[in-house]
Design a protein around this ligand. Structure first.
Ligand code: AMP
Length: 283
């Protein structure tokens, strides 16, 4: 596996692959890799000729007071894991490499209303930061396929719309959430949790599952009441509930009726740590 730090090195690697008609798969990450990230790398490895993984903690997607400075950075361990998964390139740029200008113009969010709910209102500017870095990385890597996790479902939908809006020929795959044996979705931020926090964090997947089951036998009129109860159940274990919503899985707009593919999604703080999770629901 090559570790590349400069943009032209990555560009020439993928240009060469494309000249040979090889399919390039790309997995963007912020590092502190776990089995959730590695599930994306494994899928890329099984479908593509060349696999590029980026590790870049993107300052643009962190708001003031968020965890940019303490975000876990575990480069040597990440490198060893990616070597084991037989990635071809680990792209590990510096912020200056990605953002050479002091003032970065952020790309606007494509698609109507995708940031109106869920994490959009709670993290102003976050998705603009995500879209900006992903567009930049896509320009550099020029992949045929890019792999994202459904844990960040809203992010995945926004990237799918971005690719459409910018006319990029990249297939965006959104793969299932990988969980620990106790049900907690794997996250680089889980390492912030004390053992007490971790026990309380389990209320997040538990409440999502409770809601999914309760919804299965309830009528449309019961949806607001069930959402309220879910918020209360979650609030009983965690420090703060940012949201617990039921939205259409495509438009990410709230649903009043059980129809189509829906997403129940929640975000909450356990101690100082913000966790998100979701579950797909079909009637
Ligand atoms: P991050 O490093 O948190 O920016 O995540 C990089 C990619 O890994 C994103 O596409 C995430 O959605 C995905 N990812 C993170 N955690 C998980 C998980 N538990 N299961 C599946 N994919 C995940």
């Amino acid at each position: 596996m090559k570790v590349l730090r400069q943009i032209p090195e990555v560009e020439s690697f993928t240009r060469e692959a494309r000249q040979k008609s090889q399919k390039v798969g790309f997995v963007p990450t912020m590092g502190a890799l776990h089995q959730g990230h590695l599930s994306l790398v494994k899928q890329a490895r099984s479908e593509c000729d060349k696999v590029v993984v980026s590790v870049f903690v993107n300052p643009l997607q962190f708001g003031p007071g968020e965890d940019l400075d303490k975000y876990p950075r575990t480069f040597e361990a990440d490198k060893a894991l990616l070597e084991k998964e037989q990635a071809d390139v680990l792209f590990y740029p510096t912020p200056d490499e990605i953002y050479p200008e002091e003032k970065v113009s952020k790309i606007a969010i494509p698609g109507r209303g995708l940031t109106d709910y869920l994490c959009g209102p709670c993290r102003p500017g976050h998705f603009e930061g995500v879209v900006t870095v992903v567009a930049r990385l896509f320009e550099i890597v020029c992949p045929d396929v890019a792999y994202f996790g459904a844990k960040d479902f809203q992010q995945g939908r926004i990237i799918q719309e971005m690719v459409k809006a910018l006319g990029m020929q990249i297939d965006i795959k959104l793969l299932p959430i990988v969980r620990d044996s106790d049900g907690l979705a794997l996250s680089s931020r889980n390492q912030y949790l004390s053992s007490d926090d971790r026990a309380r964090a389990l209320a997040l997947p538990r409440t999502l599952n409770w809601f999914k089951e309760a919804l299965a036998t309830a009528g449309d009129a019961a949806i607001p009441g069930l959402l309220e109860e879910a918020r209360e159940r979650l609030a009983a274990s965690v420090n703060r509930v940012d949201y617990f919503d039921l939205v259409d899985a495509d438009s990410l707009q709230p649903v009043a009726k059980k129809e189509g593919r829906m997403l129940a999604a929640a975000a909450c703080f356990v101690g100082q740590t913000r966790l998100i999770d979701n579950v797909i629901i079909t009637p």
